[in-house]
Ligand binder design. Structure first.
Ligand code: ZN
Length: 315
């Protein structure tokens, strides 16, 4: 395992060097015989202490700006304090899907730039003879995170997009066009599916699309003015998504998004009554919201939940 990984790191770093992009040293790594805290299909993780913090702050600003509007469309008034408390519940849920804090700390203490996981080994086993191809595919993305980390720009929202852009450029350079993304390994946690779909769609695919549009040459990816434009476009996209929500809800895609965004849906049962909603909200920690909704007319909100329920659990 270690030799295959090391050889790939050298190939990918050499590719970056040929493009005139320097990396101060070959990234250090280790292999752990366990699954990534991000889920089974993730073969590697670049260890970055503050990843996700900026995204969380940004998501909170979107909740504060738009959540009162979502409820207003359903004829309901909610306070800023209720939104803040609700966001804590949302953030706990996302945090639990990203992996527990203890695992994060343990990985950080390993002191390596990259940790490779069992998902990669299983992916090798499923695709015998293609190990070099698969590890290069993974590393041409992951090592780009190391380049950005060295430059102090890894926490940009478009970082998954720039890493996928570099992976594609790497594969063009060796004339491979069919990029395989490890996705064959099943994860039994049904919530994962929603998380992966949303995160993959937003951070990777939307990010990549934006980067592709702004970058004519590889160096454009690191051009600070171009990156500002890319970041702004990413935020505009997120803002639009948040402002439309939940009016454009009644399609499958938005149903999945709702499932991820509203933590009470995990414990709300099929009956969708006012009492059930209040209990579910209180159990997730959104006590203020439960209280504020209690004195208002919830028919539109319950109808909305019924429709989401139908999308998620068609019976
Ligand atoms: Zn990545």
């Amino acid at each position: 395992m270690e030799e295959v990984i090391q050889a790939s790191i050298i190939r990918v770093v050499d590719f970056y060097k040929e493009l005139g992009i320097s990396i101060d040293r070959y990234p250090s790594f280790t292999y752990l015989d366990e699954y990534s805290p991000h889920g089974k299909p993730f073969g590697a993780l670049v260890i970055n202490k503050s990843w996700g913090e900026d995204l969380e702050i940004y998501l909170k600003s979107l909740f504060l700006k738009y959540m009162p509007q979502w409820y207003q469309r359903l004829g309901l008034e909610i306070s800023k304090e209720a939104v803040e408390e609700y966001f804590e519940a949302f953030s706990r849920k996302i945090g639990s899907l990203r992996g527990d804090e203890e695992t994060g700390k343990r990985l950080l203490e390993l002191g390596k730039d990259i940790v490779y996981f069992k998902g990669l080994k299983e992916f090798f086993n499923e695709n015998p003879g293609k190990e070099d191809y698969l590890i290069d595919c993974l590393n041409s993305h992951e090592l780009w995170h190391c380049v950005e980390m060295q430059l102090g720009i890894l926490n940009d929202f478009i970082s998954e997009g720039t890493a996928d852009y570099l992976r594609e450029e790497f594969y063009k350079s060796i004339k491979h066009v069919d990029i395989i993304v490890p996705s064959t390994i099943k994860d039994n946690d049904p919530r994962r599916e929603y998380f992966d779909k949303i995160v993959l769609r937003l951070l990777y695919r939307t990010g990549y699309r934006i980067v592709r549009r702004h970058a004519k040459y590889i160096h454009d990816v690191l051009d600070s003015e171009k990156r500002i434009l890319m970041e702004e476009e990413f935020k505009r996209y997120m803002d639009q998504l948040a402002s439309d929500f939940p009016t454009k809800l009644y399609c499958k895609k938005r149903g999945l998004l709702s499932r991820l965004i509203f933590p009470e849906l995990d414990i709300l049962d099929q009956r969708r009554s006012k009492q059930n909603l209040a209990t579910a909200l209180t159990q997730t920690g959104a006590v203020l919201l439960a209280k504020e909704l209690n004195s208002q007319k919830l028919s539109k909100l319950l109808e909305y939940h019924r429709r989401i329920g139908y999308i998620i659990n068609p019976s």
